[in-house]
Design a protein around this ligand. Structure first.
Ligand code: PEP
Ligand code: MG
Length: 893
């Protein structure tokens, strides 16, 4: 029914007619979405017979209300509202009080004995009609950048000022009569046409305008964000007007059947006496609470509806009860009280935040209103982020304008003082300052400063750039590719597009979930997940439902512990090289650098021997935390020169520590430089050239495991070779693995050390030759970051410079580094899986690119039959929920 009547129309029909409900809904009719589609396909015209149908429907309303549309004595007034299949709050247009003109107003005055109310309604109609129908729907560009509504608003303001009034309610009948005249004059002057007096013209003008607003900019933008198809169209609801502004016994309000802010099973809402719906939304008057539960700081001293109109409140309570039982979900209701009589104008599934979504779903499950599957489907995976990370208070956000926007790389909220270098971040943080590190982009050298910052903001880079990857791993708030800011290192300042200058030490706040930057200090709300019972029970249901296993990308015992607390079932990617960044890495990083600049194999082996205990210790500590859970340990991947310091001071320091001259060090470093390092000497290629580098890492894995075994503990390492493109590379490394395995077995007196051997599939050729790869590999882990980079030929670090154009011009519908490009890269993955499993039916397959935490990509991995996905610790719950949703979606087919 919703597809045809739209959400609002369907619910109105149901509320009015369903025998469980039978609510007092003002009579009306709905023009279906099919008419909207027809309207757009046929040059804004209507299907045959529509006029006839509308006429009949109006007659029906007339019968039910005893009023007549356009009648002088007893006129019927109607509202015209949009209503798409999925609610698009505030995105489309509405016209109220249709049917009022210089004649019918007399009837309204007679009916109500309230001329002030009548003229107030009339001036509202003129304003709305001029704005929505005569200007917006007609496609007129506002003159002098000012829309007709604004011009009228300003005129109203001037009159109020001249008369010394504070509120609209101070306007007298005479004032309003004059304003109606003025408004009509403004319409004629500014729009070159007169306001239509004929109620029929008003009716058709209003209907056409609502259809047109489906393609208005606001609505189109909203559809893009919410992924609502353009073809759906909107329905139009025409309904008899009821008035909340007929005096002190009238009111209008909005209520939620449960609290949408925290999910509590309490009736929650606001109302305004003697007002129309738009007054509540406009925020001019402070709405009063419907009951004492709904009081807030601003409204705590206002009388509640329960106190003021107890009978009406009880009726509303009854509506609440029935609605929840009928729709089995939290509803939001719009209501109007006209001269002491309650009308329900609308109900729809209420929007809620993440915390509320989880609580409402689980409470309703416990109340036996919904089953487990429905409860799971009621929470969107992304909503869980709010439960895991501190967020900027949504209330503060709703009233603050962002100063810049970038890509949402690391979710959550943060605030702090701006610094422009990693060194400053560390210095300031050590003094106890909360800082936000702002850079063009980050490199491994910045990791310490990044770690010590509350958040990271970069002006360049994409969703898998260094900053994004590292921040996401830590669950740190991060915005990348923020082209709206320009950084000046000389003046230690940044300038936003609108010219705001922010200097070192100034405070900014980031919403990393949305990618938005604010000036100043915004309040944050903290999350303590272990105390959230609803979340815990939801996760139990999720775990019983999903089939896909969820691992984590973690490189330290600390991150591993965190991921396990979030429910990770092992590590899907342990990047050995990450031990060389961040806190406590000085010594191993020095030894690594020493190894890198070695000239001979002997020099290199000596450095590697010194490095070995650090690598082994790091692995062992993580194995301890895992307590037998599987861990995919990837041999070193990045090009070696990435580890050479770029900063002159550090280079000098390194040359001193190594006991070689600066020029000698430079020469050695230069010899490692590459034009295209991402497709240069990296990954397995390092282990082919320098076998000793692979040997050291493999030995560290085996010895750490052997120690665990001899201590009576469990360990299940999986050795993974990165950036392979031919099985010959794998065969080469396998020989090293076997050799070291035998040596370590001998050393520890063991016959076998548990392990498996596999590869990343992150080069298109590896996917295409997966059948051969599976001859040697016992598992595949799709590295979708590189696979996307190499499949598209888009640099993952530079996509920020052109992705916005690709999105704006609709060349791509989504960032392929965020969500798997199913028709391209996805095909490569499917092909690789099929070929691999043909050769080795028990081949274990997962993914470890950033996509492992993206709900749509997780669902894709489920559909194509992967065994697991691996994602950063904070994404584990999201991936789990997405995996459960994948099962529900599959079963629904
Ligand atoms: C990948 O390429 O998908 C991957 C996980 O490896 P990295 O991001 O370390 O290149
Ligand atoms: Mg990779």
């Amino acid at each position: 029914m919703k597809n045809l009547l739209g959400g609002k129309g369907a619910n109105l029909a149901e509320m009015a007619g369903h025998e469980d409900l039978k609510f007092p809904v003002p009579p009306g009719f709905t023009i279906t979405t099919v008419v909207c589609t027809y309207f757009y396909e046929n040059e804004n015209s209507y299907p045959k017979g529509l006029t006839e149908d509308i006429k009949k429907a109006i007659t029906q309303i007339e019968k039910l209300t005893g009023k007549k549309f356009g009648d002088r004595k007893n006129p019927l007034l109607v509202s015209i509202r949009s209503g798409a299949r999925k609610s698009m709050p505030g995105m489309m247009d509405t016209v109220l009080n249709v049917g009022l003109n210089d004649q019918t107003i007399e009837g309204i005055i007679n009916q109500t004995k309230n001329p002030r109310f009548a003229y107030d309604s009339y001036r509202r109609l003129i304003m709305m009609y001029a704005d929505v129908v005569m200007e917006k729907a007609a496609g007129l560009e506002p003159t002098e950048g000012k829309g007709i509504r604004k011009i009228m608003d300003e005129h109203l303001g001037e009159i109020k000022k001249a008369k010394g009034y504070k509120a609209d309610t101070d306007l007298t009948t005479d004032d309003l009569i004059a304003i109606v005249k003025d408004f009509k004059k403004i319409v004629q002057e500014k729009l070159g046409k007169s306001f239509p007096e004929d109620p029929k013209d008003q009716l058709y003008g209003g209907i056409g305008a609502v259809f047109s607003s489906w393609n208005g900019k606001r609505a189109v933008d909203y559809r893009r964000i919410e992924k609502i198809p353009d073809e759906w169209g909107t329905a139009v609801n025409v309904q008899a007007m009821v008035f909340g502004n007929m005096g002190e016994d009238s009111a209008t309000g909005v209520a939620f059947t449960r609290n949408p802010g925290n999910g509590e099973n309490k009736f929650y809402g606001e109302y305004l006496i003697n007002a129309q719906g738009e007054d509540v939304v406009a925020g001019i008057r402070t709405p009063a609470p419907i009951n004492s539960y709904s009081k807030n700081d601003q409204s705590k001293n206002l009388p509640t509806l329960a106190e003021l109109m107890p009978e009406i409140y009880l009726q509303l309570e009854e509506v609440r009860e029935k609605l929840e039982h009928h729709y089995k979900d939290m509803q939001d209701i719009e209501f109007t009280i006209e001269k002491g009589k309650l009308y329900i104008l609308q109900c729809r599934t209420g929007k809620r935040n993440g915390t509320a979504a989880v609580k409402i779903a689980m409470d309703m499950f416990k109340e036996n209103l919904i089953d487990a599957r429905t409860a799971i489907s009621r929470v969107q995976p992304q909503q869980l982020i709010e439960l895991l990370l501190p967020m900027i208070s949504p209330k503060a956000e709703s009233t603050t304008k962002p100063i810049a926007k970038g890509l949402p790389a690391g979710p959550g909220g943060a605030r702090g003082r701006v610094v422009f270098s990693s060194e400053d971040a560390v210095k300031w943080a050590e003094k106890g300052e909360k800082v936000i590190l702002v850079r063009e982009e980050t490199s491994p050298e910045d990791v310490d400063g990044m770690h010590k910052s509350q958040a990271i903001l970069t002006s360049k880079g994409g969703m898998t750039s260094h900053a994004a990857l590292v921040a996401r791993g830590w669950g740190k708030c991060c915005i990348v590719g923020c082209g709206d800011i320009e950084i000046s290192h000389e003046t230690k300042s940044l300038t936003t597009k609108d010219g705001t200058v922010i200097r070192e030490g100034d405070t900014i706040s980031l919403n990393g979930t949305k990618g938005v930057v604010y000036l100043g200090d915004m309040p944050l709300s903290e999350a303590i997940i272990s105390e959230n019972e609803s979340y815990k029970s939801l996760m139990e249901l999720v775990d019983m439902t999903r089939k896909l296993r969820i691992r984590t990308n973690a490189d330290t015992p600390h991150d591993t512990r965190k991921a396990i607390s979030f429910g990770a079932e092992g590590i899907g990617l342990f990047r050995i090289e990450h031990m060389f960044y961040g806190e406590g890495s000085d010594r191993p990083l020095f030894l690594l650098r020493k190894m890198i600049v070695s000239r001979t194999e002997q020099e290199r082996r000596t450095a590697l021997d010194e490095l070995f205990p650090y690598v082994k210790k790091d692995i062992k500590e993580t194995l301890e935390v895992l307590n037998g859970l599987p861990i995919t340990i990837r041999l070193m991947d990045p090009p070696l020169h990435e580890f050479i310091p770029k900063n002159e001071d550090r280079l000098i320091q390194l040359s001193r520590e190594l006991g070689i001259s600066l020029s000698d060090l430079r020469k050695r470093a230069d010899s490692l430089k590459e034009n295209n390092p991402m497709i240069g000497h990296r990954g397995v290629r390092l282990g082919i050239t320098y076998e000793e580098i692979s040997e050291m890492q493999i030995r560290a894995i085996f010895e750490a495991t052997a120690e665990m075994i001899t201590e009576g503990k469990d360990a299940s390492p999986e050795i993974m070779i990165p950036v392979t493109c031919t099985v010959n590379e794998l065969n080469h490394q396998k020989i090293i693995v076997e050799k070291i395995h035998n040596e370590v077995c001998k050393k520890f007196g063991l016959t076998r050390i548990p392990h498996s051997f596999g590869t990343m599939i992150e080069i298109p050729r590896a996917a295409l030759t997966a059948g051969k790869m599976a001859d040697t590999a016992e598992f595949f882990s799709f590295g979708t970051n590189d696979l996307t980079q190499m499949g598209f030929g888009f640099s993952r670090d530079d996509i920020g410079s052109f992705l916005p154009d690709y999105m704006d011009k609709k060349i791509l519908s989504a960032d392929p580094f965020q969500t798997i490009d199913q028709e391209g890269i996805g095909e490569l993955i499917k092909f690789g899986m099929e070929r691999g499993r043909e050769k080795r039916p028990d081949l274990k397959i997962g993914i470890c690119g950033e996509h492992g935490g993206d709900p749509e990509s997780v669902k894709f991995c489920h559909r194509i039959g992967m065994d697991y996905v691996s994602c950063s610790p904070f994404r584990v719950p999201i991936a789990k929920l997405a995996a459960a949703h994948a099962v529900l979606e599959e079963d629904a087919k």
